[in-house]
Design a protein around this ligand. Structure first.
Ligand code: NAD
Length: 463
């Protein structure tokens, strides 16, 4: 019916085309939104029990097909297979959390009962309508599910635009949801790149939930501003970790390195800057570099691989090279890595820089890959000042043996998430929210379910 131009799905570990898919055109985008609008009222009138049952079936299908789905993720995104399996496994606790909390969030709330004047005041929660979900590729199951699961459970229809770098996973998500019993028009997937996302924003939708870079987030906000639709933006970060002088140095170095390099550093909450107290500096740097040198770079389908290719391919390699060149030109030293890996595909060697400062792009702009700068600090106050010297505000971590010291430091850091002796961690029970250029709104936690309903105020006076 529609003329879909072809789009290549490429394996970033080899550069080979995995499959050709058809990119949605404007007519397809409009038709999807119209079908979603026609379908959402019936879906929103179904019982909570039925919607939960459907999502339970989706969960069961994700368990049943986990290995095949993990392989798809490894192939098209380049995620090391053990980490792809972790992502599929991590989908389950968040699904369980949404299922367990849904009824509590949706329950009408009686806020006043006044028999004297026969008055009752009640807050009801109603779905938003049609939710446009434009998603990123780095954790497509996580960041997608944070939106489409609570959106569907609360009775919304969803038009889902997966990243062009995670298309096959986006199609698999739709297949599982439909097989589980979500009506086809209630969850629709639009294949394509940024142009398809931009067309979706021109349609009549009731909410836009976007996960991606700050630069695109600003465009998304500008596109929908005149229509005042509900907007959630989950954007990038430049997340700091501060390692105090009282830590177990090898343990802290291994943990922070994992926070920086897991998922090949392509996590919104990856550690992107490390500040180390001068008293432990040489020992920490040695332990950190030796951990990073031990990481296996290779084929994402090989179980031993810890570092895979960059999903955004050539553009990401160029971005990494530019950050290294800028830092070195300003006085940084490369202790390990620093360049592309000489093999097919889009691999960048895990890289550690020292002698870095905040004049360098690597300490200011999101890297989103296996490249980190370590800086020495002389005091807790200096560390806090540097952690806050950023426009982003997603997460911050402090490593210390002293909980009081950690809480005092983290209380002064302007981020949506604070970690003591951990990092690069997301919990379904806690709100996921960015400050500053890291975004607007909340996913996960009870607040992240409530984000998909709007309150209606009932004033009820009996006769
Ligand atoms: P991106 O901004 O390039 O793309 C995100 C999505 O937006 C894609 O689906 C893309 O096709 C679409 N898009 C591009 N241009 C558009 C436009 N003009 N209008 C509408 N849609 C458009 O980001 P990415 O490379 O996919 O993801 C990486 C970024 O996402 C990083 O900055 C990362 O930190 C961030 N991220 C944030 C979170 C979070 O929870 N805060 C989670 C994951 C990723």
């Amino acid at each position: 019916m529609f003329a879909y131009p072809p789009m290549h799905v490429v394996n970033p570990a080899t550069g080979e085309v995995l499959r050709d898919v058809s990119e949605a055109d404007r007519a397809a985008v409009t038709a999807a939104c119209e079908r979603a609008r026609a379908a959402w009222t019936a879906w929103s009138s179904t019982s909570v029990a039925l919607r939960c049952e459907v999502i339970r079936r989706f969960r069961a299908l994700a368990v049943e097909r986990a290995e095949a789905l993990a392989r798809t993720l490894a192939l098209e995104v380049g995620k090391p297979i053990t980490q792809a399996r972790n992502e599929l496994a991590g989908l389950l606790p968040r699904t369980d959390f949404f299922l367990a909390e849904l009824e509590g969030v949706l329950a009408p709330e009686v806020v006043l009962t006044s028999p004297g004047d026969r008055l009752e005041e009640v807050v009801h929660r109603e779905p938003l309508g049609v939710v446009a979900n434009i998603s990123a590729w780095n954790y497509p199951w996580y960041v997608g599910a944070n939106v489409f699961l609570p959106a569907l459970l609360t009775g919304n229809a969803v038009v889902y635009k997966p990243s062009e770098f995670a298309t096959l996973t986006g199609l698999a998500i739709a297949e599982l949801l439909h097989e589980a019993g979500v009506p086809r028009d209630v969850f629709q997937v639009l294949v394509g790149g940024g142009g398809v996302g931009a067309m979706l924003l021109e349609e009549r939708v009731d909410a836009v939930c976007f996960t991606g870079s700050h630069a695109t987030g600003v465009k998304v906000a500008a596109a929908v501003a005149p229509r005042l639709v509900r907007l959630q933006l989950e954007l990038g970060g430049k997340d700091p970790a501060y390692v105090c002088d009282d830590v177990d140095v090898p343990g802290a170095a291994a943990a922070v390195a994992d926070g920086a390099f897991y998922n090949t550093g392509q996590s919104c909450c990856a550690v992107e800057r490390v500040y180390v107290h001068e008293r432990i500096w040489p020992r920490f740097v040695d332990a950190f570099v030796s951990t990073v040198r031990g990481y296996v770079v290779g084929d994402p389908l090989d179980e031993r691989t810890y570092i895979g290719p960059l999903a955004r391919r050539e553009a990401a390699l160029v971005h990494h090279e530019a950050q290294v060149a800028d830092a070195v030109a300003r006085g940084a030293r490369v202790l390990t890595g620093g360049s592309r890996v000489d093999r097919p595909g889009f691999f960048f060697a895990p890289t550690v820089l020292v002698d870095v400062d905040h004049t360098m792009a690597v300490m200011r702009e999101e890297t989103f890959g296996p490249l980190i700068g370590l800086a020495r600090v002389g005091s807790d106050d200096e560390a806090v000042a540097l952690m806050n010297d950023t426009a982003y505000g997603l997460t911050a971590a402090v490593y210390t043996a002293d909980r009081g010291r950690a809480e005092r430091l983290l209380g002064r850091v302007d981020t949506g998430t604070a970690y003591w002796n951990c990092c690069d961690r997301v919990s379904p029970r806690l709100p996921w929210t960015g400050r500053g250029t890291s975004g607007l709104g909340v996913t996960l936690s009870r607040d992240g379910i409530a984000a998909f309903v709007r309150p209606k105020a009932w004033h009820l006076r009996g006769v």
